[in-house]
Design a protein around this ligand. Structure first.
Ligand code: ATP
Ligand code: MG
Length: 405
């Protein structure tokens, strides 16, 4: 993509009315636009990252047998009354139709929609297990929205719901999902800082599990057992008393942000919606459910929080908006290299703007694409390469550029 064709502009100054580091950098670099507190629009560069994060997650969810759907964001009040949550979920956005006077809900989560949906398709043990997932905008009337894209009033979540005939099957899927989540956060470049965390399990199980990434921007407190490489959320620390795996009492306390969580719902939603199946003997039983969420915007913001320096963002190559940022030091000088790279299938942001070298370098640092390529008269036929997170530069030929990881 030619940078001259990008409608967004970068800014040297921090936006006013924004406290969080992730939002400041993302806004300055033109990745997101703040519509109002807790609501951000994604612009071309930010959207590319968002889609890549989704791609990483989609691949793993498909490996887990997930069927991708797109449910509606607009949900019916009746379904929320069925579960008794219409008046108990404090973050629920509700409104009334001007014409029909019907009440609606903007979905903060999708159990109320997915359970009646699957009721149309699950009848016998032969229809189980079933796994449904989506990437969907969620709406939550969050009290505070001061953490940039980490906590929005509108945000995208990957939510997967699993349906099982018995607890053994649910348990084994739940355990495999833990591994899938670990692979996802590893690929997103936050694996090292992300801990499987024991959290409150609701009514049915002792614990649920969160995936918490260490960052000072985090809103949660977790207690880490370095021996077991797991953590305990502060909210259950008093009950747990120590590491749930080895019992160790002396744990390391850190701030963290919940990037994902997995939860056994058991029959919490199948009972109100009467979601049953006939087992091998023909007896009717409740379907058991699990749910598995990951915040897409939150992952994006978390990557910015854990991977940046004073000049800007540093994207891991798995989710970077482009692989190469090609800077030309004289108009037209980079065109041949750009055309060749595009023909060879690489994603390149080509800074063909007529602005100073200093401005190009500063923008490259701010935007944070993994490899900066510079074409100038001085370098003759060679291309100067530099990794975003390293200082050293090197002059190489085109073939070497193609092999850069
Ligand atoms: P939190 O404890 O941070 O409020 P939650 O426990 O309410 O989150 P879930 O309802 O389980 O979160 O949602 C699944 C995932 O969606 C979370 O792990 C998180 O990554 C993301 N998420 C939740 N709320 C928000 C939000 N307001 N903005 C952005 N992402 C969110
Ligand atoms: Mg939580």
């Amino acid at each position: 993509m030619k940078q001259s064709n990008l409608f967004t502009k970068t800014s040297k100054d921090d936006p006013r009315d924004e406290e969080s580091l992730n939002a400041k950098l993302l806004m300055r670099a033109g990745f997101v636009h703040k519509v109002m507190a807790g609501v951000y629009a994604f612009l071309p560069l930010g959207l590319r990252v968002l889609r890549k994060i989704e791609g990483v997650i989609r691949e793993e969810m498909e490996k887990m047998g997930g069927n991708e759907v797109l449910m509606s964001a607009l949900q019916s009040k009746a379904d929320w009354e069925t579960t008794g949550r219409f008046n108990t979920v404090d973050v629920l956005f509700k409104f009334t139709s001007f014409y029909s006077k019907n009440d609606y809900v903007l979905g903060p989560t999708h159990e109320e929609e997915v359970t009646p949906l699957l009721k149309q398709h699950i009848f016998s043990y032969r229809d189980l297990p079933a796994y449904v997932f989506q990437f969907q905008n969620k709406f939550r009337d969050e009290k505070r929205a001061k953490s940039g894209v980490l906590r929005g009033r509108e945000f995208i979540m990957k939510d997967l719901y699993s349906f099982h005939s018995d607890e053994v099957d649910l348990d084994s899927y739940y355990e495999r999902m833990k591994d899938a989540y670990e692979r996802i956060f590893e690929k997103l470049g936050i694996g090292e800082k992300t801990y499987l965390t024991f959290a409150s399990g609701g009514t049915f199980s002792k614990y649920s599990h969160e995936f918490q990434t260490l960052t000072s921007a985090g809103e949660d407190i977790i207690h880490i057992c370095d021996d077991c490489r797991v953590a305990v959320n502060d909210e259950v620390m008093a009950d747990a008393g120590g590491c749930p795996k080895c019992g160790k009492k002396d744990l390391r306390t850190e701030k963290a942000i919940e990037v994902g969580n997995i939860f056994k719902l058991m029959d919490k939603f199948s009972v109100p919606f009467d979601l049953k199946f006939k087992d091998v003997e023909g007896a009717e039983k409740n379907v058991l459910m699990g749910c598995y969420g990951i915040g897409i915007n939150r992952c994006l913001g978390t990557i910015v929080e854990v991977s940046h320096d004073e000049k800007g963002m540093i994207w891991p190559s798995s989710v970077a908006p482009f692989r190469f940022h090609l800077l030309e030091m004289k108009p037209g000088l980079g065109k041949d290299v750009y055309d060749r790279l595009v023909t060879d299938g690489f994603e390149v942001l080509y800074d063909d703007r007529d602005v100073s070298a200093g401005e190009k370098f500063a923008d490259a640092d701010l935007i944070g694409i993994p490899w900066r390529l510079v074409v100038s008269d001085r370098n003759k036929d060679k291309i100067e390469i530099k990794r975003r997170n390293e200082e050293k530069t090197e002059l190489v030929d085109y073939e070497t550029v193609c092999r850069l990881q």
